[in-house]
Structure formats: C-alpha cells, structure tokens
Design a protein around this ligand. Structure first.
Ligand SMILES: [Ca+2]
Length: 504
C-alpha cells in the first residue's frame, strides 16, 4: 500500500494530472527521492528534490513524471523594452550611423493590422467572434481591465475593432499552489509579470477584437503555470492558448518535463492550438556554453513563435523583415573612446531541441533533413523592441515593447480568426495546425531572410553612444525557407486564415 491515510490527492477530470499533497517524509517515501532546504547566494531559502523521482510498484505503471517538488526554475516572461540599458534610458540618436528609421513599424494596432494584411479578413466579417483566446500568466495584473480599456481608447484608435465591447474574464487556476506564491524571491517578479499580462491581453485584442480573452493567473512556478494550462485544456475552455514564458529546455527534470508534455499532447489531440514564445536570449550559448532551445517552445505539440524586425512602407503596408537580434558593436564615450563591445543584447530564441525528437510533419525547404531532433521555431512575427509595440501598463502608455511575448498572443489571435472561419465552413474547430502549416504554408508566409540595419542610441545619463546592429542574433540566422529565428516565416494573415479556415 503506497498511500498513507493522511495523504490527500485530487484527480483532475482528464486523469492526466493527480494533484497530491503530503508531508516531506511522505513525498520522499512515495516518489523515491529526498527533498532538502537550500539557501541561494541572495539569501533566499527554497526547497527542492535532490534526485529525479523514482517510483516502484503499481504506481510505476502509470506515473509519467512528477512536478512541484521544488521551487527552482521559476519561468521568466519573454518581454523586453527598447528604452533602457545599463541603468539608463537609451533613445535613438540624431547622429544615426546609417539610414533613416522612418520605415520602422510605429507600434499602433492600425499599422500592424495593415502590415500583416488582417484587413481583408475583417472585411469578411471574421474578427474572432465566438472564439476564446486563453492566456496563462503568473500573477496577472491588478490593473488589466482598466489598462485594456485605455489601450482600446488610445493605441487601438483608428484600428478595426476599437469600437467592439471588451470581453475579458480573469480567473485563478483551481488547485494552484498558494504556498509557492508566498515565496518572496518569486513574488519580486510580480511587476515583470504585470507587464507581460498587459502585453498578452492587449495584443491579442488588437488583432482579434471580437474574441473573448480568458486570462488564467497562477503563482510563478512551473508546476502552477502548467496547472493553469491543464485547467484550460481539461475543461476545453478555449481553442487557442498563448504562453509567453519558458526556460532552457533541459533545466527541468526529465520527469517533470514529461508530465507537462502530456498536457500539450492532449491539447493537440483535441484541436487546442498552443502558441509559445521562443525566447529573447538567442541561442542561450552565453548562459549554457553551447546552443539550447527553450521549453515549452520546444515541445512538438505547440506552435513555437520566433521574432523579426518589421519595416513598413509610407502608407503602413508591409515592406520587409529581418530576423530579430540586437548586437551592440561598440559603446563609446562622448569623447570617442570605446567603452566596450561587441555585446549581444537580445534576440529571438531557436535552434535544435536537446529533449524532443523531430515530429514527422517537420519537413521542407530550409530544414535539416538529417537532424533527428525537433527544430525551433515554427513561425515568426515582429518582436523587436525597436520596431515594437505600444502598450498600456499601470495606466501609462508605453512605446517600444518587444520580445517574442509580443508574437505568441498575436499568433493565437490569428488562430482564433482561422477557427471562426473553419467553424463557419465545417462546423468544427481546426485540428493542431503545425502539420498543415508545414505541408501547405509556404504561400501564406513572408519568407524572412538574413539582413542587418545599423542604428545609434544615446544614453540619457552618460551620453555614451551605443552602436547597435539589428539582425544579429547570436548563432541563429534567417535564411531562405524555414530558419531558426523565424521558422516558416511571418504571416500574410489573409492568406493564413484562408488556408487554415478552408482546410477540412
Ligand atoms: Ca526564412
């Protein structure tokens, strides 16, 4: 008998997750591990299991893995802002190294709708009506309802859908671990998550203004975030989910990753499409010593979303894109002496997963046919803070937000548009879309290839000049066909929605 009388458990309806609690001794006994208290170099204490779980007996026949026996690996939201670096505000300098920035995307909802060709879809009466976009974020934001209202009254002005009623529902995922929320080190991240929440909710609304947005908030740890995802999947609360967070795909214990991957497998099987930002730290080699991808972006049952820098014509229409990555070639004092450089600032994540085999559908031009592991990302979208989005956070209008967190909720919104058309045509929602995108997607995407742009930024305090090259993303580089920063490419939304919505 494995269970002690005081050991309580709760089956969730899909029988994929058993939510259990017990004393440390009980958990150590049942899961064959030891749980220790640790103190990090900041003085924060946390608990963690010191070995992977190892169960024997009847439990081993059905237990795929366990999560939540540690407070490690709090995921980070994938958002960055253009305006700050090294403790000072940096702005585009008048002494630009080359070219004009007049063709940079301006951050408005109107221009993104025009540049990515949303308008023909809206003209058909397709705006996300009847669809729900679920967003799972840690903590949420106390001002989200008012911020979304202000966003609609300002950033969305002139855009299609700015007059639509807001449909935002905020819930806390049932069964999430309240104890972890009290961890002060994790709670300190709350402000970053509030910004992430504003970004996800506002940008999903900007391009699918008829859709309902379900914001699921949880404490900031993997276990509870996945409980939030499982809550949506288990209850079939939405046909598209946006996740703008992640961490190195080998950081989580294998058993924990296996358990979480089961949720995405169920989502894909049920036609719930999950969009995940690919990360903002390039190939992660600076942290890991060699290239890595992020999880859950690397999961074969999610659509991983990479990033670009977006340039537009004078009339706001699409002009061109390059892969998103900013490298500071030099930082110079006003007297001309070089402070340091080159330094990689940020850029889209991507590459080859260390954890997941390549899915059978991942074939086509640009992919490495000899590669046996999953390649990331699947699709791209504007994510560069210098061609980034204007958002409302804490009541304040703030330009210059970027990160692949920009990209995932807007792809979830595109899926909501396609789902509305698919339901209208066939009476059923879309299946998992990655196999369709890889088989038929070429004509619906802008294929992004490598390019660079140079800009000069000036620090507000030191007046140092930052010579920045756009389009330099660590070892990752855009190329013809699929590539490891933008996947298959960025959407011509009218074409993507037609292709998906008319494929039975
Ligand atoms: Ca490409």
């Amino acid at each position: 008998m494995l269970w002690t009388p005081t050991f309580t458990g709760m089956w969730l309806e899909n029988h994929l997750v058993i939510n259990v609690s017990g004393t440390v001794a009980q958990l150590e006994s049942v899961f064959g591990t030891q749980i220790h208290q640790f103190r990090d170099d900041q003085g924060n204490t946390f608990f963690a299991n010191v070995t992977d779980d190892h169960v024997s007996g009847p439990l081993a026949n059905f237990l795929v893995g366990t999560t939540g026996m540690d407070q490690l690996a709090a995921p980070k939201p994938n958002l960055v802002r253009s305006g700050t670096q090294s403790g000072e505000t940096v702005t585009l300098s008048s002494s630009r190294k080359s070219g004009s920035t007049s063709d940079f995307y301006d951050g408005s909802s109107q221009q993104i709708q025009q540049a990515y060709d949303y308008l023909p879809v809206y003209a058909q009466g397709i705006d996300g009506s009847g669809q729900t976009i679920a967003i799972v974020d840690a903590y949420g934001s106390p001002t989200i309802q008012q911020d979304l209202e202000t966003f609609r009254e300002t950033v969305e002005q002139g855009a299609y859908g700015a007059d639509k009623p807001l449909q935002l529902e905020v819930v806390t995922a049932p069964g999430t671990n309240v104890m972890a929320q009290k961890n002060p080190a994790q709670a300190a991240n709350a402000s970053g998550w509030a910004g992430e929440t504003s970004m996800d909710v506002e940008l999903a609304h900007a391009v699918a203004p008829g859709a309902k947005i379900l914001l699921v908030q949880t404490p900031n740890n993997y276990n509870d975030l996945y409980m939030g995802v499982n809550y949506v999947v288990d209850n079939a609360l939405a046909n598209q989910i946006s996740l703008s967070w992640g961490s190195v795909d080998t950081l989580l214990p294998a058993a924990e990753r296996r358990a979480q991957s089961q949720i995405f497998a169920q989502a894909a099987a049920e036609g719930i499409n999950v969009f995940v930002s690919s990360g903002d730290s390039g190939d992660l080699a600076a942290i890991m010593g060699s290239p890595y991808t992020e999880y859950p972006a690397s999961d074969p049952n999610v659509v991983a979303v990479g990033g670009t820098s977006l340039f537009v014509n004078r009339d706001g229409s699409y002009k061109s894109e390059i892969e998103w990555g900013e490298t500071v070639s030099q930082i110079r004092h006003p007297d001309g002496t070089v402070v340091q450089g080159p330094i990689f600032w940020f850029g889209a994540g991507g590459g080859v997963s260390h954890s997941f085999a390549k899915p059978s559908w991942q074939t086509g031009a640009g992919l490495d046919s000899t590669q046996t592991m999953r390649q990331v990302p699947d699709v791209g979208y504007d994510a560069d803070p210098y061609t980034g989005f204007t958002l409302v956070m804490n009541g304040e209008i703030q330009p210059g937000w970027g990160g692949t967190s920009d990209a995932a909720p807007q792809w979830a919104a595109i899926c909501a548009l396609a789902n509305q058309l698919h339901v209208k045509n066939f009476g059923t929602p879309l299946p998992y879309i990655n196999p369709i995108l890889y088989a038929n997607g070429q004509r619906a995407f802008h294929d992004v290839v490598h390019g660079t742009r140079d800009i000069v930024l000036e620090g507000s305090v030191t007046h140092n000049l930052y010579y920045v090259t756009m389009g330099e993303d660590t070892s990752l580089v855009a190329a013809p066909g699929w590539d490891d920063t933008t996947g298959l490419g960025t959407p011509d939304v009218a074409r993507v929605v037609q292709m998906l919505g008319n494929t039975q």
